[in-house]
Design a protein around this ligand. Structure first.
Ligand SMILES: [Zn+2]
Length: 343
């Protein structure tokens, strides 16, 4: 395990899995509270199992006590308290084939939900309500977009999108869509609208639970957006994953930039790749200027060197906060393959 004290001293928001805590919540908090500004704990990971006593999602019972104790202790000490929630990346829910997102040639993705499922948005809203009833300040919402530009070709998406470009649903192909710039742009807009609509549901649930628990400062929903050279940095990500940064600013006001999720190494300062990366983060200036909050996030930051590298980049890009996990998600290789492999 990395040296927690050293990490906390650099003030990142560290998102922890319960097994990484290794002691009771009480012992953990009393050891590190004086170094901590914030703390994050997984609420629902990509397995789809909740680590808090959820009524709607399946629960990993052995961790619920730790979750409840940790958020209650840290919020009492005025430490910024955060829980994470995987959204479309939900392997448990995706066991039901009717929710799978589908690749262009019909291959179904058993780890990810089609973002065009309003019944799943309701489920997500329910979970936001459950998490928000705990004394937390923020939810990090992971997996809030499409796998990539090649998704989704499920029956529902075909039936809804094909008529918009005068095609038969059964004859809709990725090639057909991308042959015409106009159709491709419509594809991007249509998908971004789905992503936004779901986010509105979740934001509404957050507001409702704020009223219910009389939270003083509104619960913050930080939406993960993936940014990788493999998927064209921030501009490419707009089309690939269905993010509309302007709308996200209006809906939740907070983004969590998952930096280089598919590429292991951040370029060295001074290199042209580094300049390109900083340039692709320029949009965050506008986002913050308009009152939004931006967090630079990375999976699997396990050394102080890596943490400092991330902090330096955040500083160069004018981004206020960094956040990390010690490990990659359990389904990482499947996700990477579906995002940048051959489909
Ligand atoms: Zn679909």
């Amino acid at each position: 395990m990395p040296n927690f004290r050293e990490f906390f001293l650099h003030k990142p928001l560290i998102l922890l899995r319960p097994i990484e805590i290794e002691t009771s919540a009480k012992e953990f908090i009393s050891t590190y509270a004086s170094y901590m500004e914030s703390i994050g704990i997984v609420g629902k990971g990509p397995s789809g199992h909740a680590l808090y006593p959820s009524r709607a999602a399946p629960v990993t019972e052995e961790h619920t006590q730790l979750f409840e104790d940790l958020v209650s202790l840290s919020s009492t000490l005025d430490i910024h308290t955060v829980a994470s929630m995987d959204f479309y990346t939900d392997a448990w829910f995706a066991k039901d084939p009717k929710y799978h997102t589908i690749a262009p040639r019909g291959e179904s993705m058993p780890h990810q939900i089609c973002p065009n499922r309003n019944e799943f948005w309701e489920y997500g809203a329910e979970l936001v309500g459950e998490l928000g009833s705990y004394p937390i300040d923020e939810i990090l919402l992971f997996g809030a977009g499409f796998i990539r530009d090649h998704f989704c070709f499920c029956d529902r998406c075909r039936n809804e999108f094909a008529p918009l470009i005068n095609q038969e649903p059964s004859r809709l192909t990725y090639e057909y869509i991308t042959e015409s710039e106009e159709n491709h742009a419509k594809w991007h807009d249509w998908r971004a609208a789905k992503v936004n609509e779901a986010l509105k549901h979740l934001q509404e649930a957050a507001r409702d639970v704020d009223v219910k628990v009389e939270r003083e400062t509104p619960l913050r929903l930080s939406v993960e957006v993936l940014l990788d050279p493999e998927t064209g940095f921030s501009e490419g990500a707009r089309g690939q994953y269905g993010y509309d940064y302007k709308s996200i600013l209006e809906i939740t006001g907070n983004i969590l930039i998952n930096l280089y999720p598919w590429s292991p190494i951040i370029p060295t300062p001074g290199s042209s790749e580094y300049d390109e990366l900083v340039e692709s983060l320029y949009f965050t200036n506008e986002f913050q200027r308009r009152g939004g909050m931006v967090t630079l996030f990375r999976w699997g930051v396990s050394s102080i060197e890596q943490l400092l590298e991330l902090k330096a980049l955040a500083k160069d890009a004018g981004i206020g906060r960094v956040s990390t996990t010690f490990t990659y998600p359990g389904d990482y290789s499947t996700r990477r393959e579906s995002a940048i492999g051959n489909y």
